[in-house]
Design a protein around this ligand. Structure first.
Ligand code: ADP
Ligand code: MG
Length: 447
């Protein structure tokens, strides 16, 4: 339970910083932004889990102490992770301004200026820009942007919204996730009040709907969405959609919606190329006010390939960690900090290729005999049986001919080899013990 709002958190947060930093700016602490202060809870937003972990571990109790002294009563300190948490003040001011007019549900941080363009996202960017400059519902309508997680779909949709709000002030823009849209629909059905829903959506000039793959299999929502879509479309209102896959691949999307989604322009954002990842890291570190050595940038860009959110997270972690330790950002430090983020590189050459000789060694060691026994003329069962198995494995696991195999087993002829192989093949159909032995040997050999 949180009590009533009592004080501007910024002022009291300044006192906390003063006390905890003792004159030297602490980069990790500076990542935190006080978002709310009630009589019993201070809520801080940080841009990454890493910062949350560190602040919780090292600072929360001391923040609590300072707060308690300032306010004369215990205060709980809560941390929330908001990836877009940035310079404090800025966001609140712009948001407050927006709310007075119409809540477009836009985060002012997501702009075209902050979007790094490369071959992987250029077409989507250009199309988004075209729609933002010309939201007449004729350019690309709908614009459909698809791509994997963390590749910038939300960023682009929001950038369109922010741009239109700035340059076409008279237009009514709304950004929603498909989940919000679904919830609104379900609510209105429950309340028996479809008009409020229609008022909300069908009076828009620009509708930005994020992650439409979640519209899948929600029939009531799909129906309502279909009508909303048609109304807006027929009135030349701009619609922009995003999804994790192209319309053709969204399972259980009804065909009528699928074909609507395909009417305009469908474009993909692919994972960024190395150069784009480098450019993104450069831009983000600039925004953080730090300079990264080239080897660190290359290392991070090499390590994280498929998700820009993760790329950002890794950067933040390195920067925060270095700030925290008061050390320079070096390659060693980055490698150390990102150890658990980086996937094991796939083994290049896994092991020696399987050869007759490696099979002989494996079989001999399994049966605790010697390789020369296998090659010898000995016919006792304890030697002949492993020899048969070894020949069988040579046939199964190498390209060697019967002659070659015979040659390698003390110069036996190919019919002897064939006979041995057939024997093992047949026996393994019924002999559990034998088939288990073969399985184990094959597994060992394959590594
Ligand atoms: P998606 O919606 O595709 O999952 P987001 O738009 O949420 O991805 O992007 C994830 C994070 O990566 C956001 O913080 C976003 O600002 C950032 N990002 C993605 N693409 C770019 C880009 N091209 N340039 C700069 N930042 C980007
Ligand atoms: Mg998204």
């Amino acid at each position: 339970m949180e009590g009533v709002y009592i004080e501007n958190p910024d002022r009291i947060w300044d006192r906390v910083l003063e006390e905890l930093e003792g004159g030297k700016k602490d980069r990790v602490l500076r990542l935190a932004r006080p978002v709310r202060l009630t009589d019993s809870v201070l809520t801080l937003a940080v841009p990454a889990q890493f910062a949350k972990d560190i602040i919780e571990e090292r600072y929360v109790s001391r923040i609590g102490e300072v707060m308690e002294r300032e306010l004369g009563k215990p205060v709980e300190v809560k941390l929330i992770v908001e990836p877009e948490a940035g310079e404090r003040g800025e966001i609140e001011a712009e948001e407050a301004e927006e709310k007075e007019v119409f809540d477009s549900n836009l985060n002012p941080q997501y702009t075209f200026e902050r979007f790094v363009v490369g071959p992987s996202n250029r077409i989507a960017y250009v199309a988004a820009m075209a729609v933002a400059e010309n939201p007449d519902g004729k350019t690309y309508n709908p614009l459909f942007i698809y791509g994997g997680v963390g590749l910038g779909k939300t960023h682009l949709l929001q950038a369109i919204g922010n741009y239109i709000k700035k340059h076409h002030k008279h237009l009514k823009v709304l950004y929603v996730t498909s989940e919000t849209f679904a919830n609104d629909t379900i609510e209105s059905i429950k309340r028996g009040d479809p008009l409020s829903l229609r008022n909300k959506y069908r009076t828009l000039d620009v509708l930005l709907i994020d992650d439409v793959q979640f519209l899948e299999s929600k029939e009531a929502t799909q129906g309502e969405f279909f009508h909303t879509f048609n109304d807006l479309y027929n009135a030349n209102k701009q619609i922009v959609l995003s999804s994790d896959s192209p319309p053709s691949q969204i399972a259980s999307l009804p065909d009528r919606l699928r074909s609507r989604f395909q009417m305009g322009f469908v474009t993909q954002i692919r994972p960024p190329e190395f150069e784009t990842r480098v450019a993104i890291l450069r831009k983000k570190s600039e925004e953080l006010g730090v300079e990264l050595p080239d080897d660190v940038v290359n290392f991070i860009a090499e390590a994280i390939k498929t998700n820009i959110r993760v790329l950002e997270g890794a950067l933040l972690r390195v920067v925060s960690y270095a700030a925290f330790c008061g050390s320079d950002i070096t390659l060693e430090l980055a490698q150390d900090v990102l150890r658990d983020v980086i996937a094991e590189p796939p083994p290049v050459e896994r092991r020696e290729p399987i050869t007759i000789s490696s099979i002989q060694k494996a079989v001999a060691s399994y049966f605790k005999i010697s390789v020369s026994d296998l090659k010898s003329g000995k016919r006792t069962k304890s030697i002949a049986w492993p020899r048969h198995i070894a020949m069988y494995l040579c046939r199964q696991l190498t390209n060697a001919s019967l002659e070659e195999i015979g040659e390698s087993f003390g110069g036996r002829d190919h019919s002897t080899v064939l006979h041995a192989i057939n024997k093992i093949e047949e026996a393994s159909q019924t002999d559990e013990e034998l088939s288990r032995t073969i399985r184990i040997l094959m597994e060992n050999l394959r590594g």
